[in-house]
Design a protein around this ligand. Structure first.
Ligand code: XMP
Length: 512
């Protein structure tokens, strides 16, 4: 099965980050709920266990807890923040709420380390760490020594080197913690004895083998959106089962310039059945005259399902429906219900009359950057693998107000110019997402000797880690100037360009 680390999740906000850091070290890991049954922990056969942070307090009634049997497995454990306090409480230490500000710490904190401990071996004795805790450990459990201290916290880290149990009050996984990655490396390699041999090439080989076993001679249907996840899923499945895979690419006519053809070209020489449905007319006629954002989104979602159902009828029953679900969706699913700001549309939406036996999700254990890595490994073109996120409803939510063929044409041209110039300036990596939108505003301009009354284009470029919050990117004026000049000169029908300087919140990334 290979070496695996188990991450037990107690609800902290950085939990996915811990998993990513571990995998960056070439060690495979999975995140499971903190109260995972002892039997399941044993079956997992972890090389090491990490307890994550969490918002709770270990002695509150109903606080997330771990099966105490975990401490008798002989497996190394690293507790982070709440996880550290849980470790202390279970093993006989005392955890107390910080009185006043004395022991409560939040933010960057200077800390001193005992570099003789396995966790901090080879690192500087002093460094900045990211603290975020209200409770503190007032008495260490039997067998433990303090291994780091800050001004407010005499036991910022603790360890029992004999049993290989460690706890840190701070967050080594966040980038604000200096040498945090090395601390995790020390835990994985020196304490747990990991060999760091997990790689994407290995993942590919294993995934192909497992998919072949599971699918046998069955038929698999996959809805291809042109996005990274479904494209990588298609490439992996095509390698595993060739023409037993049927990819349906519904081109709703709301893609960016040349995008539909690029998707088709990327799969032209692969062994699979590729069906492209050009349904622009259907989508545009249903959208005609509709300007309310949520209604536009709903129509596109519905029409998508209709098209897919029709194709499904022609294809007949299939054995498997494949989806490009990725690990963050798996970890997050089932977590509370946030207010609906926009009804997201994803190509994975299930048509009701497509009959299948089972859903398969070959990427469900991978993070986004790992999906991209796998795409490269499978030989997909860089333009596809490195594609920025693109919303399911496509350009329809970047044409503010009602959508027409003519407005889409203006937007496609302006957007292509913006992307070309970002590329040429070597700035594509400076933003996580950037695009043009067509405002619903026409203004007066002067072109040559004549008056114009044309549309205004908005440019948007955002930097974000998770798309929940985002900041606008400070693009160089020279670049904005070039894009603006080119757009008004080359795109007939546009005479004004704005640059959007709003963060999310209060704005959102997309316009509708
Ligand atoms: P907002 O506009 O909500 O966007 O700040 C956050 C991120 O989500 C993308 N987005 C979508 N992605 N289906 C998707 O698959 C959708 O309906 C959708 N709406 C927004 C948006 O592009 C940004 O990356």
């Amino acid at each position: 099965m290979g070496q695996r680390v188990l991450i037990l999740d107690f609800g902290g906000q950085y939990n996915q980050l811990i998993a990513r850091r571990v995998r960056e070290c070439g060690v495979y890991c999975e995140v499971h709920p903190g109260d995972l049954a002892l039997e399941a922990i044993r079956d997992f056969d972890p090389l090491g266990i990490i307890f994550t942070g969490g918002p709770g307090s270990v002695y509150e009634p109903g606080a997330p807890d771990v099966d105490p049997g975990v401490f008798s497995l002989g497996t190394p454990i690293l507790g982070i923040c709440y996880g550290c306090q849980l470790l202390a409480r279970h093993l006989g230490g005392t955890v107390l709420p910080a009185q006043g500000d004395s022991a409560r710490e939040y933010g960057k904190t200077e800390t001193f380390f005992n570099t003789r401990s396995a966790l901090f071996h080879g690192l500087p004795e002093r460094g900045i760490v990211w603290m975020s805790h209200g409770d503190y450990i007032s008495r260490l459990p039997e067998g433990f020594c303090a291994m780091a201290r800050s001004a407010a916290c005499p036991s910022a880290a603790m360890g029992d080197e004999k049993r290989r149990f460690y706890g840190v009050q701070f967050h080594p996984e966040v980038s604000h913690t200096e040498n945090g990655r090395d601390m995790l490396r020390n835990f994985l390699f020196s304490v747990c004895g990991a060999n760091g041999d997990w790689s994407m090439a290995g993942f590919r080989e294993k995934a192909v083998r497992e998919l072949r076993e599971k699918i046998g001679g069955g038929r698999v249907l996959l809805a291809l959106s042109g996005g990274v996840d479904s494209a990588v899923c298609a490439a992996l499945l095509s390698e595993a089962v060739g023409r037993q895979l049927i990819c349906v690419f519904v081109d709703h006519g709301l893609l960016r310039k040349d995008e539909g053809d690029q998707v088709e070209a990327a799969f032209a020489h692969r062994d699979l059945r590729f069906v492209r449905i050009c349904a622009a007319d259907r989508f545009l006629s249903r959208l005609a005259g509709i300007s309310e954002p949520e209604q536009k989104r709903k129509i596109i979602g519905e029409e998508f399902i209709h098209v897919f159902e029709e194709v499904g009828r022609e294809i007949g029953s299939v054995d498997f429906l494949a989806q490009g679900t990725i690990y963050p969706d798996v970890i997050e699913s089932g977590s509370g219900s946030a207010a609906v700001i926009k009804s997201h549309h994803n190509v994975g939406g299930l048509p009701e009359n497509v009959r299948f036996r089972e859903i398969i999700e070959p990427l469900r254990m991978l993070f986004k950057d790992e999906v991209r890595q796998l795409g490269r490994e499978l030989g997909l073109p860089e333009a596809l693998v490195d594609r920025q996120p693109f919303p399911g409803p496509g350009l329809a939510i970047r044409v503010i107000g009602d959508v027409t063929e003519d407005k889409l044409r203006l937007l496609r041209e302006a957007d292509a110019i913006f992307r070309q110039e970002m590329d040429a300036a070597g700035l594509s990596a400076a933003a996580n997402q950037y695009f043009a939108a067509l405002t619903n505003m026409r203004t007066v301009g002067v072109m040559g000797d004549g008056r114009s009354y044309d549309y205004a284009v908005a440019l948007r470029a955002v930097a974000t880690e998770d798309f929940m919050t985002a900041d606008w990117v400070r693009l160089p004026y020279e670049l904005l100037d070039r894009v603006s000049n080119r757009v008004v000169n080359e795109v007939t029908g546009v005479n004004r360009v704005f640059y959007d300087i709003t963060a999310k919140p209060p704005s959102t990334v997309e316009y509708e």
